[in-house]
Design a protein around this ligand. Structure first.
Ligand SMILES: Cc1ncc(COP(=O)(O)O)c(C=O)c1O
Length: 377
């Protein structure tokens, strides 16, 4: 029922996605080690659609953050291994066990709880242990404690401990010392597990930035997110590899006003015309994923040229100043993110203007927007 959407569209380039996957493969070398991170609706582009592309590409494992994301994949028939990287609520454990969804164990409470449940119900749940090497988000702090967990489980055999992992927190900041201290801590633990002959099958540490900068530490698996979506931060140390942005975000003009000088536009008179003006209205607002902070600050592309967003962006609409341009009309296409002619608006330019990360821009593109996967832009 695509006709139920309005004029806003998110075009996703399958060609650029495949390009990014191939670029990643040229670093990782082995497809079976790639476990893409599909959280937050696959960084806003569409969980199921992206999972289908990855399935065709031959990807065997997915990572998500929450049970609801894993369940959407299972309900849509995906048979891949799925690792939930985040915390799992007690009431969702049964669902994970019954649907072959791998659980992250990150603290004593989640560990004991799972052991008790497994004994009671005769489960042998697949788990990965999370080691906190410095990010101080979730994970066990103590290497020796983790070794004891492995030791105890080698006797009791209550859990199927398939993996051990950690997460680097300052790769994108270029903080080499901090990152190396995290890597060294992780290496120490893996060494201990090797010595005890208890190293699990899947040792993993790296997400996008780490895959590029520290690829000698890919081990058995890696968890790329933003690089697949062409969202690596613009840092000179990532320049050896190019990844392409994959989206074009478009709207259309739905009305045009000719306003005299001194008229107000939008909520709270956020813009007052300083000349006789031609103002184009778009059916796109902050509920659609156009950040409200772009009010009186952002710009769009129409017929290959830039025009400013004026006034306060409202929930469902915004206004663009096209004064002096006769050949702009109702129905004309408007580029919010993407290229037209020689002009382009990248996700990075928006995230930098708003002093945020690129991923925040894309994950907020709403499900009111029609998402269309196309072969090329
Ligand atoms: C544990 C973990 N692994 C992997 C990723 C993917 O990170 P990136 O998008 O930088 O590749 C994330 C994302 O935040 C994460 O939390």
């Amino acid at each position: 029922m695509n006709y139920l959407y309005n004029n806003n569209k998110l075009l996703i380039s399958k060609a650029n996605l495949l390009y990014n996957l191939n670029m990643l493969l040229s670093i990782v070398k082995d497809k079976s080690k790639i476990s893409p991170v599909l959280k937050a609706n696959a960084y806003g582009i569409g969980l199921i659609e992206f999972a289908e592309i990855l399935d065709e590409y031959g990807i065997e494992r997915f990572c998500v953050a929450k049970v609801i994301e894993a369940s959407r994949l299972r309900e849509n028939g995906f048979k891949q291994e799925i690792l939930i990287l985040g915390h799992i609520e007690e009431e969702n454990i049964k669902y994970c066990v019954e649907n072959n969804i791998t659980i992250t164990i990150h603290d004593e409470y989640s560990l004991n709880n799972l052991i008790i449940m497994s004994k009671e119900y005769g489960w042998f749940p697949k788990v990965h242990i999370k080691y906190n090497t410095g990010m101080n988000r979730i994970g066990f702090d103590d290497k020796n404690h983790i070794c004891k967990i492995f030791e105890r489980n080698s006797v009791e055999k209550t859990l199927d401990i398939e993996g051990i992992f950690s997460h680097l927190s300052k790769v994108y900041d270029g903080d080499l010392d901090f990152t190396l201290s995290q890597i060294n801590k992780f290496e120490d633990l893996i060494h201990e597990l090797d010595v005890m002959n208890l190293r699990p099958n899947l040792v993993h540490l790296l997400s996008s930035g780490g895959i590029i900068l520290y690829n000698s530490h890919i081990y058995d698996m890696c968890r790329p997110g933003c690089l697949l979506y062409g969202l690596l931060p613009d840092r000179s140390y990532f320049k050896d590899y190019t990844f392409k942005e994959i989206i074009t975000f478009k709207s259309k003009i739905i009305q045009i006003h000719h306003l005299e000088k001194g008229k107000s536009v939008g909520y709270s008179s956020g813009f007052i015309t300083d000349r006789n003006s031609k103002i184009a209205i778009l059916p796109l607002g902050y509920a659609d994923g156009l950040p409200r902070r772009l009010s009186n600050m952002g710009r769009v592309i129409i017929n290959g040229k830039y025009y400013p967003i004026v006034g306060n962006i409202s929930m469902d609409m915004c206004a663009v100043d096209v004064t002096g341009i006769d050949d702009i009309n109702v129905g004309d296409e408007v580029i919010i993110i993407g290229k037209q002619g020689a002009s382009s608006i990248s996700i990075i330019s928006i995230s930098e203007a708003l002093d945020t990360v690129r991923t925040e821009i894309v994950i907020n593109i709403s499900d009111r927007i029609e998402k269309i996967f196309i072969d090329k832009f």
